[in-house]
Ligand binder design. Structure first.
Ligand SMILES: *[C@@H]1O[C@H](CO)[C@@H](O)[C@H](O)[C@H]1NC(C)=O
Ligand SMILES: *[C@@H]1O[C@H](CO)[C@@H](O)[C@H](O)[C@H]1NC(C)=O
Ligand SMILES: *[C@@H]1O[C@H](CO)[C@@H](O)[C@H](O)[C@H]1NC(C)=O
Length: 251
């Protein structure tokens, strides 16, 4: 596979159903039942920490994907077709780049997102084509306007750490719903987790923002694992968070 470890680890939670299913073809309903959509945005500088293949990652939050909260690869015969999203390519290259494998004409990342998540999201009439899936994702990204929201909140990449609770509370205030915030756990010799991904959730019925948490969810308090053990992103812990400034392009 060409996917970086971070992305793989991250996808693995959603991919669990797929793994458990093995080679069997489950019907498109039932096992793929999902109830919310997640717009996942990542911070390219952090994503690139897991890769040797990044060149000049964008210095703004970009789209990772639009994911149903359950299931994956819902329709194996619905292949990605770049032609269907031709009119979106400019925007996709800008806001939905394959951060790990920068190359202008590369469509592997979009193919993966469509086949794994898009074919499941396509249950909804408003997402039942590739044009609609990618177009809607871009529209939600623009609507959320995370980059300007963070700037307005005074949350900028910095060598000073933030408190996770401040990030979470600020985002919750701005959007009116609880996001899910993911970090790279600290390496053994570091003390601080690194901000990597922000997820905002939508209702399945009418694509309105909703909490990513379910009512009655306990706060995430699992023990901290060193990065090597945790393999990629996981839900941030309460405590300090490093929001890393973009690396300077080499001269
Ligand atoms: C799977 O995708 C193919 C190709 O778009 C389509 O014809 C078929 O109806 C889809 N199957 C289901 C169960 O949605
Ligand atoms: C990249 O894609 C564009 C549009 O699809 C095409 O015109 C161009 O020739 C491609 N470039 C390369 C290097 O493949
Ligand atoms: C969303 O989460 C907030 C904070 O935990 C809670 O106060 C609110 O009731 C939740 N909203 C819904 C619709 O569950």
């Amino acid at each position: 596979m060409e996917l970086g470890a971070a992305r793989l680890a991250l996808l693995s939670c959603l991919g669990l159903a797929l793994l458990l299913r093995g080679g069997a073809r489950a019907p498109a309903s039932g096992s793929h039942e999902w109830k919310k959509l997640i717009l996942v945005q990542h911070w390219p500088t952090t994503v690139c920490e897991e890769s040797n293949d990044c060149r000049e990652p964008p210095d703004y939050w970009t789209i990772h994907g639009l994911w149903p909260d359950k299931g994956g690869d819902c329709n194996h015969s619905w292949h990605f077709n770049l032609d269907e999203v031709k009119d979106l390519l400019g925007e996709m290259k800008m806001y939905w780049p394959d951060v790990l494998h920068a190359s202008p004409n590369r469509s592997q990342f979009w193919k993966h997102e469509w086949e794994k998540h898009g074919t499941c999201a396509a249950q909804l009439p408003i997402l039942n084509s590739q044009r609609k899936y990618f177009g809607t994702s871009l529209a939600l990204y623009h609507q959320l306007d995370l980059n300007s929201k963070l700037l307005k909140l005074g949350i900028k990449p910095s060598t000073n750490y933030y408190h996770l609770a401040d990030l979470r509370d600020a985002l919750t205030r701005v959007y009116g719903v609880v996001p899910k915030i993911q970090c790279l756990p600290p390496e053994q010799d570091e003390k601080v987790q690194t901000l990597g991904q922000i997820e905002l959730c939508y209702t399945k019925e009418d694509l309105r923002l909703r909490n990513c948490t379910e009512p009655g969810d306990p706060p995430p308090t699992w023990p901290r694992l060193p990065r090597a053990a945790a393999q990629g992103l996981s839900v941030c812990e309460l405590g300090p968070v490093f929001y890393p400034p973009p690396r300077k392009a080499p001269r």
